[in-house]
Structures are given as structure tokens and as C-alpha cells.
Design a protein around this ligand. Structure first.
Ligand SMILES: *Cc1c(COP(=O)(O)O)cnc(C)c1O
Length: 363
């Protein structure tokens, strides 16, 4: 895609419309159509996208926001930024996503304590796989709560043909380079079918603007997507479905080669993953250490996503009420998971080389 990319980047440079140039609006329309929702609003990064959603809903002090205990820090950080309370919920061992039964238990506990108002569930599409939105929607409806879909890793995933980032009342994504649809720096977006929330997000992302930028009606952020990044994303969106096929092919091959040696990822019936990560589980932290060392020696990169459950993060000491809730699976996953190389341009030989090391170490 190099010639197209160079032209797209130079077009922005010579147009000098660096902020909110025409590529931004065009990309938003393309993304909304791709996902199948009415509104897409881009912003500076995936963390700001989550923050903008919480601001649009007026989430703040006294509100409980339920977040999986096994996710990237930003999913819960944004709750604390808005002075609301993150309540950490356990995940499903097979899908790595929020466990509906643990969610229900945590909500009931918060309701019976009566100190916080359950407002929002942040359901993360971890490693590219959409969360169990049928079950989460039923629970959220019953308790009068909103769903914020953190699709930072989920863009391109699907359930029964419906695209990720269409399941939350508001959904967000990130264009950080390592995400399924990555740009050449930071970027993010929100998706919603709700006109009122879309208008609020449009205001909050530009200093809480009213009728114009110098009429400020609320305290907001400066959080726009650079025109340059929008241009990069337009080129990459063109090949995205092809890349999605390639990562799915890579995942199938990994699973074929590894399924008798380690715990391979589970994709439930009807679900599609965009494979932000291909994450296996080993028998324990000792075996994981040995495997990582063997991969290292073969000059194969691997990463632990994530080494610490959210509730144990230093930053949340004193502000979370995670401790009363049982997050046994999240704790265990932090000891056993390992993410292997995954991107659309892996060759069969690359994958076989990675699998070789693992199969030898995990007989
Ligand atoms: C990457 C990520 C974010 C934050 O996105 P940034 O663009 O890096 O701010 C939020 N949630 C999850 C689950 C992520 O993986």
C-alpha cells in the first residue's frame, strides 16, 4: 500500500488542513458504515474515547462502573478520572471477556450495599473477540444500566455478522499502531446510534464548544484525530477486510499446531475475532517462564497481556472496592497467559517456527 499511503500523507501536508481536514469527516462516515451505526466521532486516542463517552453520560462521583478485572489499565482508569468508582468483575476463562454471572453478582452486591449507584458496564472486546453482549444487555436492562463497549482491541470482530463497536450504547475503539486497525501514531473513535450523545461528544471533544469553538458551554477536552492519521486510516481501511482474513487464517494454523500442547483461544459459535492478540494459556507461571525463555532464545517475541489484575494495580489502592469481589479467574490468567506474534503478514513458516518451540517445551 506504499504508493497510496505516500500520496495520502503528502496530500494532507500540501493541503495544510492539519486539524479537522476533510479526511476526518470522510473517515468518520466510512467507519460508521463499516460498523453499521449512525454516528462515528473520531478523537485523539482510545482512552479519550472512553472518557468522552462517560462525560456524555454525566458519569461521576457516587456512580459504580463495572469493569473486567482482566484488561488494559485504560478501561478502568477513565472511570477514576471522572471520580466514579470502578468495580472489578471476573472474566470467563475461555473467552477472556467479562463473565455475566460475576457481573450480576457484583451489581447485586453494590445494590445491597446501597453506597453507589450502578450506572455503566464497560464490556471490553479483549484480544479481538466481542464480549457476550446478549447476556450483558439482558443484565444491564434489568438493572437500568448503560453499556460502554471498549472495542479498542475489538474493531473488526463480529457476532452473527454484526460488527464489533455496534453493541454498546456507545462503543469506542483505538487506532494505536498495535490494534487491529492501527494508524501511524495515536487515534481513537466513538460509535453510537444516539443523536443526543453524538452531539455531546462532538462538543466535549473540542473544549466543550457551544455554537462555536469560542463559545464554551461545558468543560471538555482537546481530543481530535489528526487529519494525517485520518488519511493513513483511510488507506488502511481499504485493505482491512483482507487483513482480517489473513489474521484469521494465521489463528487457525496456530490452533491446529498448538491445540494438543497448550490451551488455545476459544471463539464461541457465531463470534468472529479480529485477533488483536493470539493468547494461549500455559499450565502455570513456571511453565510460562520456561516457554518465554525458549521463545526468546529462538528470537521470537512474546508478551504477557496482562501481568496484573486491575484490582491489584497500585493506582487503584484506596479508590476501588474490588477487594470484596472474587476475581479468581483474572488472578489465574495473569499467571498463565502468553501472547504470541500475530499480524496479517505472518507466513506459514513463521507460525510453524513459533509452534515448534511451544510444542517442544509443552509435551
Ligand atoms: C489500547 C486500549 C485502550 C486505550 O487506547 P489508547 O488509544 O492507547 O488510549 C483502552 N482499552 C483497551 C482494552 C485497550 O487495549
Amino acid at each position: 500500500m506504499r504508493p497510496k499511503m505516500e500520496r495520502a500523507i503528502l496530500d494532507v501536508a500540501s493541503s495544510a488542513q492539519y486539524i479537522m481536514g476533510p479526511q476526518v469527516k470522510a473517515l468518520e462516515e466510512q467507519l460508521a458504515a463499516y460498523v453499521g451505526v449512525k454516528h462515528c466521532l473520531t478523537c485523539a486516542n482510545g482512552t479519550d474515547a472512553l472518557t468522552l463517552a462517560l462525560k456524555a453520560w454525566g458519569v461521576g462521583q457516587g456512580d459504580a462502573v463495572f469493569v473486567p478485572d482482566f484488561t488494559f489499565f485504560a478501561s478502568a482508569e477513565v472511570v477514576a478520572i471522572e471520580s466514579a468508582t470502578p468495580v472489578f468483575v471476573d472474566v470467563d476463562a475461555a473467552t477472556y471477556n467479562i463473565d455475566p454471572e460475576s457481573l450480576e453478582n457484583a451489581i447485586e452486591k453494590v445494590e445491597s450495599e446501597g453506597l453507589l449507584r450502578p450506572r455503566v458496564v464497560i464490556a471490553v472486546d479483549l484480544f479481538g473477540l466481542p464480549a457476550n453482549f446478549a447476556a450483558i444487555r439482558e443484565i444491564a436492562d434489568r438493572h437500568g444500566m448503560l453499556i460502554l463497549e471498549d472495542g479498542a482491541q475489538g474493531f473488526g470482530g463480529s457476532i452473527d455478522g454484526k460488527k464489533a463497536c455496534s453493541f454498546g450504547d456507545i462503543a469506542t475503539t483505538s487506532f494505536f499502531p498495535a490494534k487491529p486497525l492501527g494508524c501511524y501514531g495515536d487515534g481513537g473513535a466513538l460509535f453510537t446510534n444516539n443523536d443526543e450523545w453524538a452531539a455531546l461528544v462532538a462538543s466535549y471533544r473540542v473544549h466543550g464548544k457551544g455554537s462555536n469553538k469560542y463559545d464554551n458551554v461545558r468543560i471538555g477536552l482537546n481530543s481530535r484525530l489528526d487529519t494525517l492519521q485520518a488519511a493513513v486510516l483511510q488507506v488502511k481501511l481499504n485493505v482491512f477486510d483482507e487483513e482480517l482474513e489473513r489474521v484469521n487464517e494465521a489463528a487457525r494454523l496456530y490452533t491446529d499446531l498448538l491445540k494438543n500442547s497448550v490451551t488455545t483461544p476459544t471463539i464461541p459459535n457465531g463470534f468472529g475475532s479480529s485477533w488483536a492478540q493470539y493468547t494461549i494459556q500455559l499450565a502455570g507461571s513456571e511453565q510460562r517462564g520456561e516457554v518465554q525463555q525458549a521463545l526468546n532464545e529462538a528470537r521470537i517475541p512474546s508478551m504477557i497481556y496482562y501481568p496484573h489484575p486491575m484490582h491489584s494495580q497500585t493506582a487503584f489502592k484506596g479508590i476501588s472496592n474490588a477487594m470484596p469481589y472474587d476475581t479468581y479467574i483474572s488472578n489465574k490468567l495473569c499467571e498463565t497467559v502468553l501472547s504470541l506474534p500475530m499480524h496479517p503478514y505472518l507466513t506459514k513458516a513463521d507460525i510453524e517456527a513459533v509452534a515448534d518451540v511451544l510444542v517442544r517445551k509443552c509435551m
